[in-house]
Design a protein around this ligand. Structure first.
Ligand code: PXP
Length: 239
């Protein structure tokens, strides 16, 4: 079964922001992703705006024809922005100011009532809501209880093992079991974080993952082969 590819373009904005310039343009990257077969475009509006900002969100939301997937932390500020912008997809992620990237999945016990309320408000506003979680059976169960539509499994640990040429079998089985359980509970299951051509290819062997969200490696690879080519290579892997 074909797996959807979500292209995360945050790091196009990271390069732009490194010089405080107006280029490279995240909007241009989003439209190029769309042209080359991306099924959705992902952007993470961080509290510190280290990559994309509200102006990017507004522009991309207005011009993009494929679904926009907005990643946000569970805060009042982000809830307000997400309700106003109403992207078709939303993924709730944990956020720590000092981290380099999203280091792990959500703690679903922290501010549980707030989280539940936030999910329901976003769903009522017609956004599909996903929760970014660790590959844990307990968290899958909690995500279902919180009324999420989807879960996105944090694949960071698995990808690191592959990158370091270490044995990844145990972690792969862990992900496999979680994907199966998520599907049994009626959740749509996605995967993301740290994915490369190699790790994405291994994960396609697991049945039941409907969407991959890929950013950092893809933007890096674009330096050498161009973004169109990098996206098409991932599309081939996900076929
Ligand atoms: N999915 C989620 C929920 C994320 O927060 C991120 C970025 O941290 C990604 C996917 C993409 O990860 P990467 O940039 O490592 O491909």
């Amino acid at each position: 079964m074909k797996i959807r590819l979500g292209v995360n373009i945050d790091h196009v904005a990271t390069v732009r922001n490194a010089r405080g310039e107006t280029y490279p343009s995240p909007l241009r990257a989003a439209l190029l992703a769309q042209k080359n077969g991306a099924d959705s475009v992902t952007i993470h509006l961080r509290e510190d705006r280290r990559h994309i900002n509200e102006f990017d969100l507004k522009q991309i939301k207005k011009k993009l024809k494929i679904p926009l997937n907005l990643e946000i932390a569970a805060t009042n500020e982000m809830l307000k922005i997400a309700l106003k912008s109403r992207p078709p997809f939303i993924c709730i992620v944990p956020e720590k100011r000092k981290e380099i990237t999203t280091e792990g999945g959500l703690n679903l016990d922290y501010k549980k009532n707030f989280l539940e309320n936030l999910i329901n408000k976003l769903k009522k506003n017609k956004s599909r809501v996903s929760l970014f979680i660790e590959p844990s059976l307990k968290d899958i169960k909690k995500a279902k209880k919180l009324n999420a539509d989807c879960v996105e499994i944090h694949t960071g640990k698995f990808c690191n093992l592959i990158n370091e040429n270490k044995n990844y079998r145990k972690e792969l089985i862990r992900i496999k079991n979680v994907v199966k359980f998520g599907n049994e509970l009626g959740l749509e299951v996605h995967a993301g974080h740290g994915l490369t051509y190699t790790s994405a290819k291994v994960l396609t062997k697991i049945d039941g993952i409907k969407e991959f969200n890929i950013g950092h490696f893809l933007v890096g690879e674009s330096i050498f082969v161009g973004m169109s080519s990098a996206i098409r290579s991932f599309k081939k892997i996900l076929k």
